[in-house]
Design a protein around this ligand. Structure first.
Ligand code: PEP
Length: 249
């Protein structure tokens, strides 16, 4: 049994005033919820330490949104996995499509970042997803399978990482694939992981769907067989919306 994970990606949103939302989430995630679903919030790096302190002892864990593949040294502006761990992060999102697009990150870069996260004893949330043009050309399954092969470290431990399928055209747009398309893609990702790491590791890996998940559509998406949770952007910024998605999981 894979325990569902609902993770919120705050992107470049939030100041100290926003910590109250995390406080509210932590308060509302009681023992019953905690037994059924893992909850994570990934605020901007500036809020990692206070967010982790606020959520300490609660069901909410804190993650980061990116990291350097390197350990330390002369890399102005970059943050290592070790620094994020030291700030209280338990996981790091790597390969988000906004980083692939804005910073030219390729699969090999994403795999190196994921390896750095694993080496630090944290959980990488490895993002993959096709563009609208790739879907319309009928290439979505092939593109995402290739991203999985290139972005997941070859020695990634069973259950130690998460793959998030986020179609680029569904992020922040209010659009979502059909339930059948989500189901087909998640099954393809699991098959790809089985070829890459073996069937037990593929079965142990949580696959999240991300892209315009909101309270109104969370239950039907999360009910799909190979969907083990959600990566949520906009709807994770407010405790009320995020909690409704957590309850759906
Ligand atoms: C995301 O960027 O990870 C995301 C899923 O965003 P949204 O939920 O806003 O579409």
């Amino acid at each position: 049994m894979r325990k569902p994970l609902v993770a919120g990606n705050w992107k470049m949103n939030g100041t100290r005033a926003s910590l109250a939302e995390i406080g509210e989430m932590a308060k509302a995630c009681d023992a019953t919820l905690r037994a059924k679903v893992d909850v994570m919030v990934c605020p901007p790096a500036t809020l990692l330490f206070p967010a982790a302190a606020l959520a300490l002892g609660s069901a909410v864990s804190i993650g980061a949104q990116d990291c350097s593949p390197l350990g330390e040294g002369a890399h102005t502006g970059d943050l290592s996995a070790g620094m994020l761990f030291d700030s209280g992060a338990k996981a790091v999102i790597v390969g988000h499509s906004e980083r692939r697009a804005d910073h030219g990150e390729k699969d090999a870069d994403v795999a190196a970042k994921a390896a750095a996260v694993l080496a630090q004893g944290m959980m990488p949330i490895i993002c993959v997803g096709e563009t609208r043009a790739e879907r319309e050309a009928g290439k979505a399954l092939a593109v995402v399978a290739r991203q999985v092969r290139g972005s997941v470290p070859k020695d990634a431990p069973a259950g130690g990482f998460v793959v998030a399928y986020e179609p680029v055209w569904a992020i922040g747009t209010g659009l979502t694939p059909t339930l059948q398309d989500i189901a087909d893609m998640h099954a393809e990702i699991r098959r790809t992981l089985a070829r890459l790491l073996g069937k037990p590791a593929a079965q142990a890996t949580r696959l999240l769907y991300g892209g315009s998940v909101k309270p109104a559509n969370a239950a039907e998406i999360l009910n799909l067989a190979d969907v083990d949770g959600a990566l949520v952007g906009g709807a994770s910024l407010k405790a009320a919306d995020f909690l409704a998605i957590i309850r759906a999981a």
